[in-house]
Write a protein that binds this ligand. Structure first.
Ligand code: ZN
Length: 435
C-alpha cells in the first residue's frame, strides 16, 4: 500500500467518524430505542413522563420544571447531545489535512490552501509552463499556476463564486499601474477566459492586454488556418517577401516565402518548411537539398531572420504546443493607439516593444481578432490576409523542389505598398544622403 493511499483511507476514515458522531449527537436516542419508540420525556429537563396524563386541552405539563408540551409528539423527541457535536469539525479538519498531506509533501504548505486563498497571488504568477512538482517548496503563485491556471492559462473548472472572485482579481491587476508585464499577460488571459465581454469589463489601462490575449486565444483555438501575406522593407529596388502559412491540426503545416536579391525586380529565392505527419522538412534555394528535422520550432527559428520575422510572428501563436519560446502577442508595455483600417477592415492598433527595443505596432481586426498588419521597429511592414477554419488543399502540405511551378506561392509581381510606408529603396536614399 502506498503512503498516498494510507492518507486517503485516513481522510475518509475521519470523514466517517465525523458522520457517526453527528448522527449519534442528533438522533442517538431514536437509534437506541428504535424497536419500541422513544419513551415519553419532558423536552426540556428530560423528566420521565411515561405515567403523566394530558390536561383538559390535551397538553402535558412537566411536574419537574413546569414546561408545557402542547402535544404528545413533543414528549417523544430525541435528545440532542450538543457536546458530541464538538469533535465533528475537528475530525473534518483532520480529514482535510490528511487528504492534503501527499501534496504538501510534494509542493509545500500552500498545497493545503483552498483555491480562493490563492487568487491573491495572481500578480506574482509568471506566464508560461507550470513549475514541476518535484521542485519542493512552492510559493502561493506557483501553487496557483498548478491548481488554477494550468500550462496555458486555460483555467481548471471553477465554482461560480470562485469565478467571480478570480475575475475581479484579474480586473484589479489590470487596473494597477505598477503591475509587471508578466502579471498583466496572465491577468488578461484569466479575464478573457472568465468574461465573455472582457474588453468592456477591462479597465482602460488593461484594454491593450485584453486585445492581445484575445488575439492569442483566437489563433490557439483554430482548427485550420490559411494566410497569404507580404513583408515590405526599405532596401533595394523591390524589398518584398511574399509568404504563406497553412495549418491543419493536429500535424499539418506549411510556411514558405519568396525573396529576391536587393537590386533585382524578380523574386528568385524560395524557402519552404512543410510537415504532413510527424516529420518536418525544409528546403532553401541558398542551401539546395531537402533537410529533414524532428522539430518544427527549430525549422521555423532557422527561417525567422531571413523571412523578416514572418516565420515566427503568427506561427508562434498558432503552434503554442510546439513553439515554447515567447509568443508574438506578448509585447512589453502595450498601449492602445487610435483605431485604423487595413484593407477596409476596422482594426485595433496596439503598440508595444520586444526586449525594450523601439516600438512595434500590431493592427488587429476588431471582429475576428486576427492580425492584419504589423509595423516593426526596423521600419518594415507585414500585411496578412488570414482565413480560419477553412478546408485546405492537402497539396499545400507537400513541396516538391523540382516542381516549384506547382507551389501555391508564386511571385505575385510588385505589390502596392501599405499606407504610410516610404517608397522602396528609401533606406538606401537616407543612407546616401546621410553621408
Ligand atoms: Zn421538565
Amino acid at each position: 500500500m502506498t503512503a498516498e493511499s494510507v492518507w486517503f483511507i485516513t481522510a475518509w476514515g475521519l470523514v466517517g467518524l465525523a458522520g457517526v458522531l453527528a448522527v449519534w449527537a442528533l438522533w442517538g436516542d431514536r437509534i437506541r430505542h428504535i424497536r419500541r419508540g422513544l419513551p415519553a420525556r419532558c423536552p426540556t429537563c428530560w423528566y420521565d413522563m411515561s405515567v403523566s396524563r394530558p390536561n383538559e386541552v390535551g397538553a402535558y405539563q412537566c411536574p419537574e420544571c413546569g414546561k408545557l408540551a402542547r402535544h404528545e409528539r413533543r414528549l417523544h423527541r430525541s435528545r440532542r447531545r450538543w457536546c458530541w457535536l464538538l469533535p465533528v469539525p475537528l475530525a473534518l479538519a483532520g480529514a482535510w489535512c490528511a487528504a492534503c498531506i501527499p501534496e504538501v509533501n510534494a509542493r509545500g504548505w500552500w498545497a493545503m490552501a483552498p483555491r480562493p486563498a490563492l487568487f491573491w497571488a495572481l500578480p506574482e504568477v509568471q506566464p508560461g509552463r507550470p513549475p514541476s512538482a518535484s521542485a519542493g517548496q512552492f510559493s502561493a503563485a506557483e501553487e496557483l499556476r498548478v491548481r488554477v491556471l494550468g500550462e496555458f492559462d486555460e483555467l481548471v473548472p471553477l465554482y461560480w463564486p470562485e469565478r467571480v472572485l478570480l475575475r475581479n482579481r484579474a480586473v484589479g491587476v489590470l487596473a494597477r499601474d505598477d503591475a509587471s508585464d508578466a502579471a498583466r499577460v496572465t491577468a488578461a488571459h484569466v479575464l478573457v477566459r472568465l468574461d465573455a465581454d472582457a474588453l468592456r469589463s477591462a479597465p482602460e489601462r488593461g484594454r491593450a492586454n485584453v486585445i492581445l490575449a484575445k488575439m492569442e486565444l483566437t489563433y490557439a483555438s483554430m482548427r485550420s488556418f490559411r494566410c497569404r501575406g507580404t513583408v515590405f522593407g526599405n532596401i533595394g529596388a523591390r524589398d518584398e517577401k511574399p509568404f504563406l502559412i497553412a495549418m491543419q491540426r493536429p500535424d499539418r503545416f506549411r510556411f514558405e516565402f519568396m525573396d529576391g536579391f536587393p537590386f533585382e525586380l524578380t523574386l528568385t529565392k524560395r524557402y519552404a518548411i512543410w510537415k504532413d505527419g510527424p516529420t518536418v522538412h525544409s528546403w532553401w534555394t541558398i542551401q539546395p537539398g531537402t533537410e529533414t528535422l524532428n522539430d518544427l520550432s527549430l525549422a521555423l527559428s532557422a527561417a525567422t531572420g531571413v523571412s523578416s520575422g514572418s516565420a515566427y510572428a503568427v506561427p508562434s501563436m498558432l503552434l503554442t504546443d510546439v513553439m515554447k519560446g515567447s509568443r508574438f502577442s506578448r509585447i512589453g508595455a502595450p498601449e492602445l493607439l487610435e483605431d485604423g483600417p487595413v484593407a477596409g477592415r476596422d482594426c485595433y492598433r496596439v503598440r508595444g516593444s520586444f526586449r525594450s527595443t523601439a516600438a512595434e505596432t500590431m493592427w488587429i481586426d476588431k471582429e475576428t481578432f486576427m492580425l492584419l498588419r504589423h509595423d516593426d521597429f526596423l521600419g518594415m511592414t507585414t500585411v496578412y490576409t488570414p482565413e480560419r477554419d477553412v478546408p485546405i488543399d492537402p497539396a499545400w502540405f507537400q513541396f516538391d523542389p523540382d516542381r516549384q511551378d506547382l507551389s501555391p506561392l508564386q511571385d505575385p509581381g510588385r505589390q502596392p505598398r501599405p499606407e504610410g510606408m516610404p517608397p522602396p529603396g528609401s533606406a538606401m536614399e537616407t543612407f546616401r544622403r546621410g553621408r
